[in-house]
Ligand binder design. Structure first.
Ligand SMILES: *Cc1c(COP(=O)(O)O)cnc(C)c1O
Length: 395
C-alpha cells in the first residue's frame, strides 16, 4: 500500500513506539502518587512538558496536555470566550476554512450570543493580515486562524496576523495541528498567544495533544475532578502517550530541514504529473504550502468514486477532510476558495510522508490518470461538458 493520507494521521515513529512501550512496562505508576515509583512517572511527564515547550520557545508552565487537537481548539476558544464575556467582549474573528473543531465550537458560542466574523480566504487559500486588522472591533475577544490548512495545505501569515492582534490587544490563537513538527514555529517570534497541537499528525500517538497558552491567560476548567493539569483538566494523565508525543515532536523537528527538502521534491513531481490531466486544477497557493500537500479538483467526476478505485490500486488517499467523508456536502474548504459545488465534488487530497519514493509518485500519477479517465467514461456530467451542453469551468 502507498499511504498518502498523512494529513489524516501518521504512522508512529519507532522512537515514539519504543518510548510508549517502555513507559507502559516500566513506569506505569500514577504521577499523582507520593512514592518514588509514581514520582518517576511524574518526572517523565514534566520532562515531556519542558521538551514540548522548548520546541516552540515557550515555558513549561505554558503547556496544557490534552486528548488531542480537537480538545486543544475547544479549550483555547472556550477560555478566550469566557474571558471576553467577563469584559463585555463577545466578538470573535476566524476564517471560513478552519477545522471543524474550531468552526463547531464557534457555532456553539454563536448560539450563546457571541458574534462570529469568518474572514474570506481568497482563491489562493490565504488570509490577509490587513483584513484581520480591519475586522477587529472594540468588543473583539479572540482571533483564531489556523497555521496551515489541513485540506489544501496553505500556510497563513501567522506572524503578521499575530502582530496585528498584539497591536490591538486582542488574544490570538492558532490551530497549528498541521504545522507543528513540519514548519518552524516559535510562539514568541510568531506573536502567538495560544496554539493547538496533536501528537498523531507528527508520528506520535493518537489521543494526545497539547495547548500552549501564554503566561497570564486563565484557562477554563474543561473536565472537573482531580488536580491534574492545574485543575484545568482532571483525570490521570496519559503518561506513555504524552512522553511518546514529546519524543516524536523532537525527532520531527530535528529532521525537519531534510524532510522538507525531500517532500517538496516529491510533492512538485506529483503536481506536475497530475496537472497533465485535462480540466483539472490545483487547489491552494503553490508557494505558501505544506511540503506534504497535494490537492486537486478534476471536473466531471466524484471524489468518492476516485478514492475507492485508488484504494483498489493500493493507494490510500482522501477527498479532503476525514471528518466530512461520509457526508454528501462538498468540502467547506474548497467552497471557501471559490470552487463551485460540481467542481468541489471531484477533489483529491494526497498528503505524502517521508517514506514515499519517486516510483510511488509515478505510480500514483499513472493510477489517478487511469481512474479519472475511466470515471469520466460513464459520467453524464462529463458527457454534457464534452458535448458542449454545459460549460467547462476548469481549463
Ligand atoms: C487533525 C486536526 C485536528 C484534530 O486533531 P485531533 O487530535 O484528531 O483531535 C484539528 N485541526 C486540524 C487542522 C487538524 O488537521
Amino acid at each position: 500500500m502507498i499511504y498518502a493520507d498523512n494529513a489524516a494521521t501518521t504512522k508512529m515513529s519507532e522512537v515514539a513506539i519504543n518510548t510508549m512501550v517502555s513507559l507502559m512496562n516500566e513506569t506505569y505508576g500514577n504521577p499523582s502518587s507520593l512514592y518514588t515509583f509514581g514520582q518517576k512517572a511524574k518526572e517523565a511527564l514534566e520532562k515531556a512538558r519542558a521538551d514540548v515547550a522548548a520546541v516552540i520557545g515557550a515555558d513549561k508552565k505554558e503547556i496544557l496536555f490534552t486528548s488531542g487537537g480537537s480538545e486543544a481548539d475547544n479549550q483555547a476558544i472556550i477560555s478566550a470566550a469566557e474571558l471576553g464575556k467577563k469584559n463585555g467582549k463577545k466578538h470573535i474573528i476566524s476564517t471560513a476554512f478552519e477545522h471543524h473543531a474550531v468552526l463547531h465550537t464557534l457555532n456553539k458560542l454563536a448560539k450563546e450570543g457571541f458574534e462570529i466574523t469568518l474572514l474570506p480566504v481568497h482563491e489562493n487559500g490565504i488570509v490577509l493580515p490587513e483584513e484581520v486588522e480591519a475586522a477587529i472591533r472594540e468588543d473583539t475577544c479572540l482571533v483564531t486562524v489556523m497555521f496551515a490548512n489541513n485540506e489544501i495545505g496553505t500556510i497563513q501569515p501567522i506572524r503578521e496576523i499575530g502582530a496585528v492582534c498584539r497591536a490591538k490587544g486582542v488574544l490570538f490563537h492558532t490551530d497549528a495541528v498541521q504545522a507543528i513538527g513540519h514548519l518552524p514555529i516559535n510562539v514568541v517570534d510568531d506573536n502567538i498567544d495560544m496554539l493547538s497541537a496533536s501528537g498523531h499528525k507528527f508520528h506520535g500517538p493518537k489521543g494526545v495533544g497539547f495547548l500552549y497558552f501564554k503566561k497570564g491567560i486563565r484557562l477554563t476548567n474543561l473536565i472537573e475532578g482531580g488536580a491534574q493539569e492545574k485543575g484545568k483538566r482532571a483525570g490521570t494523565e496519559n503518561v506513555p502517550g504524552i512522553v511518546a508525543m514529546a519524543e516524536a515532536l523532537k525527532e520531527s523537528v530535528a529532521k525537519m530541514e531534510s524532510t522538507t527538502n525531500y517532500l517538496i521534491n516529491k510533492r512538485d513531481r506529483l503536481i506536475a504529473g497530475l496537472k497533465e490531466i485535462p480540466h483539472s486544477a490545483v487547489n491552494g497557493d503553490l508557494t505558501h504550502r505544506l511540503p506534504s500537500n497535494v490537492n486537486f479538483c478534476f471536473e466531471g467526476i466524484e471524489g468518492e468514486s476516485l478514492l475507492l478505485l485508488l484504494d483498489d490500486k493500493g493507494i490510500a488517499a482522501s477527498s479532503g477532510s476525514a471528518c466530512t467523508s461520509g457526508s454528501l456536502d462538498p468540502s467547506h474548504v474548497l467552497l471557501a476558495i471559490g470552487r463551485v459545488h460540481d467542481v468541489a465534488h471531484g477533489s483529491l487530497r494526497l498528503s505524502i510522508g517521508e517514506d514515499i519514493t519517486d516510483e510511488d509518485v509515478d505510480y500514483i500519477i499513472k493510477s489517478v490518470k487511469e481512474v479519472v479517465e475511466y470515471l469520466r467514461g460513464f459520467s453524464p456530467v462529463w458527457r454534457d461538458l464534452v458535448s458542449g451542453k454545459t460549460q467547462f469551468i476548469l481549463p
